[in-house]
Design a protein around this ligand. Structure first.
Ligand SMILES: Cc1cc2nc3c(=O)[nH]c(=O)nc-3n(C[C@H](O)[C@H](O)[C@H](O)COP(=O)(O)OP(=O)(O)OC[C@H]3O[C@@H](n4cnc5c(N)ncnc54)[C@H](O)[C@@H]3O)c2cc1C
Length: 422
């Protein structure tokens, strides 16, 4: 008896590829998943600082809004399989979840490994043959459709395998040590697809001078960050950020980063303005400063500021505002107080660059969406070729949105590929 011919090959065993493969197998097709790393789901295992923020319970419209500017492409995929469906599905796999601040959902185990092993178990249990150490080299195309896949095993020997469909789930370019090295863009180009400019998104920003380095390790909560591009406020966000030895990181910085990346690429000037007291308008903050300086008039300015700022910020603040740290509170002049007020509301740093795409959380750009059918994830150019997950020109804010997109597009691609008849 001969083995039944492979019908679907999935390239990449991340969240998109695992769910695509498992879903196609559940629908009765023969599925092989080729993963080039020794284990599938290496990046998935790192997500959410190892806790895996797997989705978000935000309602659909809000959810889609986190994928600017291409969220609408996801409507059908989300319609078929959204966050509540994902949570129910995980429950059937025995994975309990918890919802945290901001609607972020994590496995109850607080361990991303739980998600990886549940998905691998489910995919294999559904009949998927997972071959690790197997690198896909590209599709074999004949007469405008997929007829096979070229790949190399651990021995490096080139092989060709017949397939009716290839699902490309190779991810983006970030954290290449996990296997995501952009291979799928090459497969897409071979098939005639355009690739939208790939660049880092959700990436830390580099700032000029040594100020950030002096504050290195300092987290700030409840601050407002505004990116100023060519002198105009471009985007702003409220929440947490972090100073690092090279510049700025943390959630609100990552969220704003793509706007900075794009502006810098266009040679525009970019600054970050931090409002350290967003809950107080200038008039209220000024009254508060006057009161503190009056009530603690004998105290040195550096000590008065302890009422307002984290300790490590005080020397930087006084230096930038040109105030003598030893000056008693009541001797701080109106001019000095004005400078202090302006600084507290708009601590400016010049953004000179960003960390490389290898350190980004996601890759912006990718397979052009107008060339992919959003109802099936099938290529509009080549029959039997599917794309899902981060290889597509999609990226979202932090909060679990990117993983939900990988799961939703992967599941849709798996279902559609299982129905596909060449
Ligand atoms: C540090 C970090 C933390 C993150 N945290 C979160 C989070 O908490 N929540 C969230 O929503 N998103 C998070 N993300 C983003 C999220 O991980 C990605 O968007 C998601 O993993 C994309 O899934 P994917 O399946 O498309 O690609 P990937 O997860 O990148 O998987 C692609 C797979 O394809 C394999 N592959 C590549 N080329 C080949 C080839 N030629 N042949 C065979 N196999 C190949 C790779 O080895 C890899 O296993 C995080 C990202 C990083 C880097």
């Amino acid at each position: 008896m001969t083995a039944s011919p492979t019908r679907i090959i999935v390239a990449g065993g991340g969240p998109a590829g695992l769910i695509a493969a498992g879903r196609a197998a559940e629908n009765g097709t023969s599925v092989v998943l080729l993963e080039k790393m020794p284990r599938p789901g290496l990046k998935l295992g790192l997500t959410g600082k190892g806790r895996c923020n797997l989705t978000n319970i935000a309602p659909l419209e809000e959810f889609i809004g986190h994928f600017q500017p291409h969220g609408l492409f996801l409507r059908q995929a989300f319609h078929r399989f959204f966050s509540d469906d994902l949570l129910r599905f995980l429950e059937t796999l025995g994975v309990a979840t918890v919802t945290e601040r901001g609607g972020r959902v994590f496995p109850e185990s607080q361990d991303a490994g739980t998600i990886v092993s549940a998905l691998v178990r489910w995919a294999e249990g559904s009949g998927v043959r997972i071959r690790t150490g197997s690198r896909v080299q590209g599709p074999v195309l004949e007469g405008g459709r997929v007829t096979g896949v070229r790949w190399t095993g651990a021995d490096g020997a080139p092989r060709t395998e017949t397939a009716h469909a290839l699902i490309v789930a190779t991810g983006g370019l970030s954290y290449p040590g996990t296997g995501s090295t952009g291979d799928g863009y090459g497969f897409a180009r071979t098939a005639g697809h355009a690739i939208e400019d790939t660049r880092p998104a959700l990436v830390p920003l580099v700032t000029a001078g040594g100020i950030a380095a002096r504050l290195q390790g300092l987290p700030l909560k409840n601050v407002k960050l505004t990116l100023i591009v060519d002198g105009k406020a471009a985007v702003s966000g409220f929440g947490e950020m972090l100073f690092t030895h090279f510049g700025l990181s943390g959630p609100i910085v990552l969220t704003a980063s793509l706007a900075a990346v794009d502006a810098l690429r266009q040679k525009k000037s970019v600054e970050a303005g931090i409002d350290l007291k967003p809950a107080l308008d200038e008039a209220k903050l000024d009254r508060r400063l006057q009161r503190d300086l009056r009530e603690h008039g004998r105290m040195e300015a550096a000590n008065v500021l302890k009422l307002l700022l984290p300790r490590s910020m005080i020397p930087v603040c006084l230096e930038l505002c040109r105030i003598d740290p030893a000056r008693p509170g009541h001797q701080v002049t109106a001019e000095e107080r004005k400078r202090l007020l302006a600084w507290l509301k708009d601590f400016r740093l010049t953004v000179t660059g960003h960390r490389p795409v290898s350190e980004a959380i996601v890759t912006a750009g990718g397979v052009r969406l107008s060339e992919v059918d959003p109802r099936t994830m099938e290529s509009r150019l080549v029959r039997g070729l599917y794309f899902c997950g981060e290889v597509l020109d999609l990226q979202a804010d932090t909060g679990g949105y990117n993983l939900q997109a990988a799961f939703s597009t992967g599941r849709l691609a798996g279902e559609a590929a299982a129905r596909f008849r060449s």
